[in-house]
Design a protein around this ligand. Structure first.
Ligand code: NAP
Length: 334
């Protein structure tokens, strides 16, 4: 049986997911789409021969749609996810799940009340080969207990709507989720330090920032989140254990030697860097829906990431170290 997918949001990643679902993923096809930018949505609808709907709500409630992908801008995520829960439809929502911990908790409660796991959050790094290998090594005990983690999240340049808070709640949220998943534990506290201001940053954007996290067991984490590297999209992660160090590999690239110089390409954005991770994420999501339901990052993971992001933003504004406090985890998610 082919799953019929509706996509809300046909911007950069929405169109890329439609391409992925059409050309790469098996067992599903995109049958409906919608976006506030009607002109672009109609272009995508024509390109992929998908029916255009005026609103995301019409996509969700269409009897022709079995499951929904949300790739619209961040502030619309929670309302569309809640509507999917109401319509009892599976939904893969791009990160972040909501723009605040409160929004995410509303989703957690609504999903748990419905009694069926319907929501998966687009934390696709959990499907990246490199991160999966890191997790395997950590769990094998080969490097002993992790003690420290050093990360960089460097974007080439941010979009025009990017804000200082989004550096944490839209970009750094990837590290917040993946490190919790890699280490298998929650955070205890967080702090944000500002580096020397990059004068090339957009007017008013404070950049770069350094997120500092401490886990419950005492692992210390530092993450440079730098929106204006100018040279490319560069994701680094090094885990220092008791008996060894492991590091996320860079994507494979050709070493070019020419005119007395050696060089290799550095990718410019997330769509290239994590293309395989998105493919695996979507194929597994489709397969899981056909079996017993989604098994990837869930609403609770989205909530924990949002609490952590909100706390870090508070810590940055107050220039303090803040405790990261979660509501009790509903048994539904244990
Ligand atoms: P995008 O290209 O800007 O597309 C977002 C869509 O939302 C566009 O159609 C845009 O319309 C629309 N939009 C913008 N401002 C709006 C507003 N004020 N009201 C209503 N709609 C508005 O962004 P994107 O890069 O595709 O990102 C979409 C979502 O995916 C975001 O939530 C982002 O966090 C997530 N994402 C996840 C990853 C990942 O690695 N998992 C990577 C990229 C993005 P206009 O064309 O008119 O601006």
């Amino acid at each position: 049986m082919e799953l019929r997918i509706g996509v809300i949001g046909t911007g950069a990643i929405g169109e890329d997911h439609i391409r992925r679902l059409t050309d790469t993923i098996t067992g599903a096809r995109v049958v409906a789409l919608s976006d506030i930018n009607k002109e672009n949505a109609l272009r995508v609808s024509k390109k992929y021969n998908v029916t255009f709907y005026e609103t995301g709500y019409e996509v969700i409630w269409s009897p022709d749609v079995d499951a929904v992908v949300i790739a619209s801008w961040d502030p619309t995520h929670a309302e569309f996810v809640l509507e999917c829960i109401k319509a009892k439809k599976y939904v893969l929502c791009e990160k972040p799940l909501g723009i605040s911990a409160e929004e995410c908790m509303t989703i957690v409660k609504a999903e748990a009340a419905g009694g069926k796991k319907l929501v998966q959050v687009g934390f696709m790094r959990r499907y990246d080969k490199g991160y999966r290998k890191l997790k395997e090594i950590i769990e094998s005990g080969e490097i002993g207990e992790p003690l420290m983690v050093h990360c960089c999240h460097r974007n080439r340049i941010p979009g025009p709507q990017h804000t200082t808070d989004m550096t944490i709640k839209n970009s750094g949220i990837h590290e917040i989720d993946i490190l919790r998943w890699l280490l298998g534990e929650d955070y205890e506290s967080g702090q944000v330090l500002m580096a020397k201001q990059n004068q090339n940053a957009l007017d008013g954007l404070k950049d770069p920032q350094i997120m500092l996290l401490k886990t419950k067991s005492g692992v210390r984490i530092d993450v440079e989140v730098n929106m204006n590297s100018h040279y490319g999209y560069d994701i680094q992660c090094e885990i220092v254990g008791e008996k060894g160090v492991i590091r996320l590999p860079d994507p494979t690239s050709i070493l070019k030697k020419k005119s007395g110089m050696g060089s290799h390409e550095i990718l410019s954005d997330w769509s290239q860097r994590f293309v395989e991770a998105y493919d695996v994420e979507f194929q597994q999501w489709i397969n899981s829906i056909k079996e017993s339901g989604p098994v990837g990052p869930n609403s609770w993971d989205g909530y924990v990431a949002a609490v952590t992001a909100d706390t870090l933003i508070k810590a940055r504004k107050l220039e303090t170290i803040e405790p990261i406090i979660l509501e009790p985890q509903p048994a539904f998610y244990c």
